[in-house]
Write a protein that binds this ligand. Structure first.
Ligand code: IMP
Ligand code: MG
Length: 185
């Protein structure tokens, strides 16, 4: 699998250091508040899992899944494929996402969640590809800004593969050519 990676842009150590920093800020900001983390499946899973280990306040977790992707290009159409299990009303929701690209997914999720009247709604995303933004999204906690390149690893996939890499990298161009035609989520 590692043979498919052209370049590592964030190592496991860099990611873990950043996650600890973010977890520290979140713990301070939500101390004495009831926090519900909303993890966006599937890409947000490794990030969620590592954040949880370092957030030192009581919290609950819930999951949401949305799909908008076809291969490496966003189709622009977002749809829910799984909803929260618990009511969101009056909760301090913190959405945890792998990456904000065009912002369409989070725009859709946030607009939907706001109709449920949470007490607060904030966003934590590990990566920010701000040069591609179409929708105006305020990321309250973010890890790294990245250039306009398609990345994989640490939850992020290409055709459902590479999510289990502990680092974030860029695929070799020959891998894109070989695996065209299957949808991502
Ligand atoms: P957006 O709606 O364009 O902001 O895209 C959001 C979703 O697309 C992210 O949550 C990722 O799951 C996926 N995505 C965006 N950029 C990348 C990338 O470079 N690699 C893998 N997945 C990506
Ligand atoms: Mg995602």
């Amino acid at each position: 699998m590692n043979d498919d990676i052209a370049e590592i842009i964030f190592s496991e150590e860099q990611i873990q250091k950043k996650v600890r920093e973010l977890a520290g800020k979140i713990s301070n900001d939500y101390r004495n508040k009831q926090l519900t983390i909303v993890s966006v499946l599937k890409g947000g899973i490794p990030f969620l899992s590592d954040l949880l280990k370092h957030i030192d306040i009581p919290l609950s977790i819930d999951f949401i899944a949305a799909a908008s992707y076809k291969n490496t290009e966003s189709s622009g159409i977002v749809r829910f494929i799984m909803d929260l299990r618990e009511p969101a009303e009056n909760k301090n929701l913190l959405i945890v996402e792998d990456i904000v690209d065009t912002g369409r997914t989070l725009d859709y999720i946030c607009k939907n969640l706001k109709t449920r009247k949470p007490k607060s709604l904030k966003i934590c995303a590990l990566l920010d590809k701000s040069s591609r933004r179409i929708k105006n999204i305020k990321i309250d906690y973010f890890g790294f800004e990245i250039p306009d390149k398609f990345v994989v690893g640490y939850g992020m996939d290409y055709n459902e593969l590479y999510r289990n890499l502990p680092y974030i990298g860029i695929l070799k161009s020959k891998v894109f050519r070989q695996k065209k035609g299957v949808n991502c989520s």
